[in-house]
Design a binder for this molecule. Structure first.
Ligand code: 4AD
Length: 466
């Protein structure tokens, strides 16, 4: 008797007639007058359930099988047979149904076999992976993550694990969570080693990172092609459908490269990821298209087939000024683009993904390379129809004197950036990179409307209960 996942069985990898065991959770139970119970069992390996047919001749039929409710954990063994039900593929004729875990109070079990609103499911984020939608989102998220690592690995990028605790504010925007200890971990208060433990564990103010970029630049300037992929944190008090306080970011960094190389990488990378999702998660994407967002598959197909448009920020402002619609936020050269502007450009005006390049220097970060016009920096945002900005990147300022000027202009403490200046002092080269918010990508792929549904346990202002 072999144990098989529901995915293995339903994808035809187990021959009819084989004795199999599946382990999973009951989705539904239906009893027939003929003395059979039909159990829909999910093990989360794929979108579909397997049907287990349990006859009333089982020893525990009355005492246990007839008491099974949604959510109970079971181990079912029997013979795999072609289902008699229409379009159902394979089912298991149950010779044995073992209850591994009961649901102690079926009445109050929040995940009932009926549609739930996303708002309700956010309240029970610890149980929502049991629903079809969140099962699909979790598997798609996994597939995207795997495809990201594969993409970079195949192109000889090295994955660098940058620190989560840091003393540098990468974006210089002051949105960092401070790290402190509750009781100094009972460390003896001592002057040994010159560290004043009573002040702070790290001997200086330390924060949760907002981006691994500055740290990964150091590895880029030694290994040429690198990327980070890890959690990042932002203490921005924006309770929106696009912001999380804790999110994952993918940040490639390439040496001997300019902004155009960066835009090429972003385009090739996004198309690879979307292709991988469509190829590897067909069943979940079909479910998403049927139940969450109708155009989920066609949107990705369109994205893959269209070459990205590239325009300058100045051109973008021109287009927006001439737009036949009124925006809530004013369109002025020097103002950052708002989501409504980004969506208009990508969706309505251009109709495909667009890379906006060369933004005014005063609205972008200190590390971006100043262009010859001294008014703009070599920054880019990739805007996608239906969501707006999905990627933000830039060519980095590799000239020490310019970098120093920017650090000063942004009012940053130069002492905190000595190590970062070293990269410009010792063998500096043009280099570029970008950051992609992992959850924004998941939102886009899964056609979600709220970023809180793209991460297992969302962290937002006022929410960290699980
Ligand atoms: O544009 P950002 O702030 O860029 C950086 O952090 C650079 N250091 C990246 C780089 O060049 N290596 O953030 C990058 C991306 C955004 O495009 C967005 O997708 C995502 O991170 N992001 C967020 N996602 C969820 N919640 C938030 N609060 C986010 N803030 C940014």
């Amino acid at each position: 008797m072999s144990s098989a996942s529901v995915r293995e069985i339903l994808s035809g990898r187990v021959a009819a007639g084989t004795a199999v065991t599946v382990q999973g959770w009951i989705k539904t139970r239906r009893d027939s007058k003929a003395g059979l119970s039909f159990l829909a069992v999910s093990d989360g390996s794929c979108q579909d359930n397997i049907q287990v047919v349990a006859p009333n001749t089982l020893d525990n039929y009355d005492t246990e099988v007839l008491k099974l409710t949604s959510g109970c954990a079971v181990r079912c063994s029997g013979k795999l047979v072609a289902s008699q039900g229409k379009g159902q593929g394979m089912e298991i004729e149950g010779a044995k149904v073992e209850v591994v875990g009961w649901v102690d109070d079926p009445e109050t079990y929040p995940i009932q076999p009926k549609p739930h609103t996303m708002e309700f499911l956010r309240e029970v984020a610890h149980l929502r992976p049991r629903t079809n939608t969140f099962g699909a989102v979790a598997r798609i998220r996994h597939t995207i993550a795997q495809a990201i690592h594969r993409y970079f690995h195949e192109r000889e990028f090295f994955w660098v694990n940058t620190p989560i605790v840091t003393a540098s504010d990468c974006e210089g925007a002051g949105q960092m969570f401070r790290v402190s200890t509750l009781d100094m971990l009972n460390l003896p208060r001592t002057d040994k080693g010159g560290i004043d433990w009573s002040k702070d564990f790290f001997g200086k103010e330390a924060y949760l990172t907002v981006s691994g970029q500055l740290a990964v630049e150091g590895y880029c300037l030694a290994l040429s092609k690198v990327y980070t992929f890890g959690p990042t944190f932002r203490a921005e008090n924006s309770n929106t459908t696009r912001h999380l306080a804790e999110f994952w970011m993918i940040e490639p960094e390439i040496a001997f490269a300019d902004l155009n190389d960066d835009a090429n990488l972003a385009e090739d990378f996004l198309k690879y990821i979307f292709n991988a999702v469509l190829n590897e998660r067909g069943d979940d994407m079909k479910f998403i298209a049927d139940r969450v967002e109708k155009s989920a598959i066609t949107r990705l197909e369109k994205f893959i087939s269209a070459p990205f448009e590239r325009i300058d920020y100045t051109q973008a402002i021109d287009i927006l000024k001439k737009a036949p619609k009124k925006f809530d936020y004013p369109v002025e050269w020097g103002n950052d683009l708002q989501t409504e502007h980004e969506r208009y450009l990508a969706e309505e005006h251009i109709g495909r993904p667009v890379v906006v390049m060369n933004y005014p220097e005063q609205i972008k970060s200190f590390y971006m390379r100043l262009n010859d016009d001294e008014k703009t920096v070599a920054a880019m945002d990739v805007l996608a129809p239906g969501i707006g900005e999905i990627i933000g990147g830039s060519q980095r300022e590799e000239r020490l004197d310019y970098l120093d000027r920017r650090i000063q202009q942004f009012g940053l403490n130069p002492d905190s950036y000595q190590w970062y200046r070293d990269f410009r002092r010792y063998g500096t080269v043009p280099h570029a990179g970008f950051g992609l918010g992992f959850e924004r990508l998941v939102v886009y792929v899964c056609g979600l409307t709220n970023i809180r549904d793209a991460i297992p346990y969302p962290r937002t202002p006022g929410h960290a209960e699980f």
